[in-house]
Ligand binder design. Structure first.
Ligand SMILES: [Zn+2]
Length: 316
């Protein structure tokens, strides 16, 4: 079966053919245009450009999804109203199309083809601009009663704590999301704290603190970088501890920019931080680094389309 995975990101749209062993065979990338019509046209053009004909298409989208409809996507221009991504792409391509929130798709991808293989109670945590999450429970992707399950970034870990991008306080993301970590650094620097983080970003020609900038500052033991990362680890540990006490997970997979850069040592630190909060000892619980790396989005979306097609789950 030839399955196409699409990663509809805020910066790029990636379209790829993925084989039965979850390997990317052919991949195209294009800058994300503005507006739903242009974005969907770009996806259709990308799928048609692939050499092999597709049997099904999976699309990972950066926002909440209900029945193939992308409800809103703060990082995509013009997606401030529901867009029926699956049905519109399905009609244009004449193929079954499955659309899924990218964080949920990511955890399903890791579960099928990556570091989540064999897990029955899996939490995936994605460290990016924000903090995303997804769940597989009892061997099935778990979306909750209204599609809102797995919003790990907005699990509160400190009452009345730091302000989160969602407008609430004390969420995991308010401490461990890249945007919030950067804000904490800029606020401290504005108050006179010294840090090499801003200079490192400028040196590399970046207007934001990228995962690479963080990794370099931590290597050089920049006090503020260490402090802000400690806070992030502590918040992730508390959030994951809460998830474990609630759901008795057997595996936690950590991925995303800074997790990829800092690797297993970061995963081990987060695991230790979470153990401070867990009630039941976890001899067989494992914490792993996401394995699909750069191709995760398309591989995950393709895996989802494949699974949906095989089970007759919900393709159009
Ligand atoms: Zn929040």
């Amino acid at each position: 079966m030839t399955v196409v995975g699409v990663d509809m990101g805020g910066t790029n749209i990636t379209v790829a053919t993925v084989d039965d062993d979850h390997r990317v065979v052919e991949r195209h990338r294009t800058a994300t245009p503005a507006g739903p019509d242009a974005v969907l046209d770009a996806v259709v053009a990308g799928v048609r450009e692939l050499d092999a004909g597709a049997d099904a298409v999976g699309v990972g989208v950066p926002g909440p999804v209900a029945d193939g409809v992308l409800l809103t996507a703060p990082n995509l221009a013009g997606f401030d109203h529901p867009v029926d991504v699956a049905a519109r792409l399905g009609a244009a391509l004449g193929l079954p199309v499955v659309a899924e929130n990218d964080a949920t798709a990511g955890v399903i991808g890791e579960w099928v083809a990556g570091a989540g293989r064999g897990a029955r109670f899996l939490l995936g945590v994605w460290l990016g601009t924000g903090v995303g999450g997804g769940l597989v429970l009892e061997g099935r992707p778990f979306r909750g009663a209204f599609g809102g399950a797995g919003e790990f970034g907005h699990v509160p870990v400190r009452q009345g704590g730091a302000l989160c991008g969602c407008g609430r306080r004390g969420c995991v993301e308010a401490y461990a999301g890249r945007a919030n970590m950067e804000q904490a650094v800029r606020a401290a620097v504005a108050k006179g704290r010294r840090s090499i983080l801003p200079e490192l970003a400028t040196e590399r020609g970046k207007d934001r603190l990228t995962a690479g900038v963080w990794a370099r500052a931590l290597e050089r033991e920049d006090d503020l970088a260490v402090e802000v990362l400690d806070e992030a680890v502590s918040a992730l540990g508390a959030g994951i501890g809460a998830a474990i006490n609630l759901l008795d997970l057997d595996r936690v997979v950590l991925g995303g920019g800074i997790a990829g850069k800092l690797g297993q040592p970061l995963v081990d630190r987060v695991a230790r931080a979470s153990r401070r909060h867990t009630l039941v000892p976890d001899a067989d619980r494992t914490f792993a680094l996401a394995a699909l790396a750069a191709a995760a989005g398309v591989v995950a979306a393709a895996a989802l389309a494949r699974a949906a097609t095989l089970t007759g789950d919900h393709p159009a």
